[in-house]
Design a binder for this molecule. Structure first.
Ligand code: GDP
Ligand code: MG
Ligand code: ZN
Length: 292
């Protein structure tokens, strides 16, 4: 039998089979000896317990992708939420999230929320990401505008929402799926006082998809890698690759750089390129200091 791990607390896991039945499981000793720790999102082979007894996780099937913090596996889409206003959008943070998702091999859906507050700003943000392979979508979790389209795009997929605090992630999940997660509005807190240590869990939603609920989903830590690889995470540079005078080219300050020419010509957004430069500088610094 197989199932997907929805949550794990104190060595007990909840798994759900394809028919929707849920099982309480522990990891077999063999897994612990191999130091395989099942993660939320893992597909596992299981043997169900009898009656009140818990069952066992026998094997963790190969992962399509995985994150370390939070420890989750097999996420199809990371939804990066930025607010058009309140809070002021931190697009450097959004680009960092995009970079990390891409390095982990996970698709990105950019959602620009709170369009009701500043539609012009929302449109300007969407324009910055043309060619970035993040399918920008403008919505308002408050009014519901655009949510049908977002629900359609996420249908049947395992997805997680990431982004600045206050951007509207919890409000969005609630509006999409009729849930009652805790939002910035404290009067709507659920489980108040009942359960203070919150953990990450997958919540099955209509259409066969699942949404990851986690209080601390940050995805802000970028693994260390050779800074020359950074440009590969900006899809809008790809069509200019190989056309620069220097090879390889960082598309930073080299003369006769096709990417910088494209920025000057307005074919690539200059703010997006500017934030690439910031992240490049940061990675070069870390790369230089890597043996310290
Ligand atoms: N005007 C407006 N406010 C929103 C919208 N979405 C969320 N909010 C408000 O923004 C605040 C933060 O939302 P929350 O969902 O807690 O953000 P989170 O920290 O990303 O989970 C709350 O007061 C929400 O009511 C929106 O589309 N329009
Ligand atoms: Mg929240
Ligand atoms: Zn270049």
């Amino acid at each position: 039998m197989q199932g997907v791990i929805l949550q794990g607390i104190g060595g007990f896991y909840t798994a759900r089979d394809d028919g929707g039945a849920e099982y309480t499981l522990r990891a077999q000793g063999k897994l612990r000896r191999e130091r395989t720790k099942p993660k939320v999102g893992d597909r596992v082979e299981l043997s169900p317990g009898e009656g009140e007894e818990h069952g066992w996780i026998l094997r963790v099937l190969p992962r399509r992708n995985e994150l370390v913090r939070p420890p989750v596996a097999n996420i199809d889409v990371i939804v990066i939420v930025v607010a058009a206003a309140t809070p002021d959008p931190d697009l450097l943070m959004a680009d960092r999230l995009m970079l990390n998702a891409r390095r982990a091999g996970i698709d990105v859906q950019l959602v620009i929320n709170k369009c009701d507050l500043d539609p012009a700003r929302a449109e300007a943000i969407a324009r910055q990401y043309r060619g970035a392979e993040v399918s920008p979508l403008r919505v308002s979790a408050g009014t519901g505008a655009g949510l049908d389209e977002l629900r359609r795009r996420l249908w049947g997929k395992v997805h997680a929402l990431a982004g600045q605090s206050g951007a509207g992630k919890s409000t969005m999940i609630n509006a999409l799926y009729g849930l009652e997660l805790e939002t910035g509005d404290l009067s709507r807190k659920i489980e108040r006082g009942k359960n203070t240590t919150r953990h990450c869990q997958l919540i099955p939603v209509e259409g066969g998809g699942m949404v990851l609920d986690t209080p601390g989903f940050s995805l802000l830590e970028t693994e260390l890698f050779d800074p020359v690889e950074l440009k590969d995470c900006w899809p809008e540079f790809a069509r200019y690759e190989g056309q620069c005078y220097f090879q390889p080219c960082y598309h930073a300050s080299e003369p006769r750089c096709a990417v910088r020419d494209a920025v000057a010509a307005g074919e690539i957004d200059d703010e997006r390129h500017g934030r690439y430069m910031e992240l490049l500088e940061e990675m070069r610094q870390r790369w230089r200091d890597r043996y310290d």
